[in-house]
Design a protein around this ligand. Structure first.
Ligand SMILES: Nc1nc2c(c(=O)[nH]1)N[C@H]1C(S)=C(S)[C@@H](COP(=O)(O)O)O[C@H]1N2
Ligand SMILES: [Mo]
Length: 199
């Protein structure tokens, strides 16, 4: 009882307004799930735009970075939150060190398969908590959850966490992405319920 109440309280502090906690891991996206058939020889990740040293990484290049792990909470704009997700991946700060981001870069456009994009300020993208994740709760990402790599930006609504990431572009002018052009908020802070652009 007593412990139960403490746990409830802690959980409430961790759940943004008008979200409900689920233990499931729902799947949400626009478009189709890419089929790589376990063959990543034609797969790569570009880091482009306002960087001194643009680079294209193969899957194996990325796996040579140190792995980092993180545990954080997912808040989906449709109302579900999933607590304590264990991610493994690489730090976007480590990747950024290799390309040297120019000071003029103010936004990051994340490009996924099928020309899906999402946008966020460069200082949000370059937080220590942003990962290029390859595993979730101890297992490689499934195709539906973003295999081989997805972005994880835990402090914003989960639509900013691009699955099937293929290019990280640093730009000067903001460019609203797929959901942002379709009515979602441009920034998406779950604690302020920035769900829709008319909020
Ligand atoms: N490439 C891509 N990434 C995407 C999306 C998408 O449509 N395409 N949808 C976003 C949305 S709206 C959500 S809620 C999460 C869902 O991730 P999940 O299916 O792993 O739960 O992925 C985000 N990343
Ligand atoms: Mo979403």
């Amino acid at each position: 009882m007593f412990f139960g109440r403490i746990k409830q309280k802690q959980e409430n502090d961790r759940v943004p307004p008008n979200q409900h906690v689920t233990k499931k891991f729902p799947i949400l996206h626009h478009g189709s799930v890419p089929k790589y058939k376990e063959d990543l020889s034609n797969w790569n990740l570009k880091v482009s735009g306002l960087v001194e040293n643009p680079l294209t990484f193969s899957y194996n290049d990325l796996r040579e970075f140190d792995d980092v792990s993180a545990t954080n909470d997912i808040h989906c704009v449709t109302g579900w939150s999933r607590l304590d997700n264990g991610w493994m991946g690489i730090s976007v700060q480590d990747v950024a060190k290799k390309v040297n981001v120019k000071p003029e870069a103010r936004f990051v456009i994340l490009h996924a398969e099928e020309n899906w994009t999402t946008n966020l300020p460069v200082e949000d993208f370059l937080r220590a908590t942003t990962l290029l994740a390859h595993s979730h709760d101890g297992k490689p990402l499934t195709p539906k959850h973003g295999y081989p790599f997805r972005i994880v930006v835990p402090h914003l609504y989960f639509w900013k966490s691009a699955k099937w990431i293929r290019e990280i572009e640093f730009v000067k002018e903001d460019q609203p992405g797929f959901w942002e052009q379709n009515g979602y908020h441009n920034y998406g802070n779950p604690w302020e319920e920035q769900r829709f652009s008319w909020d």
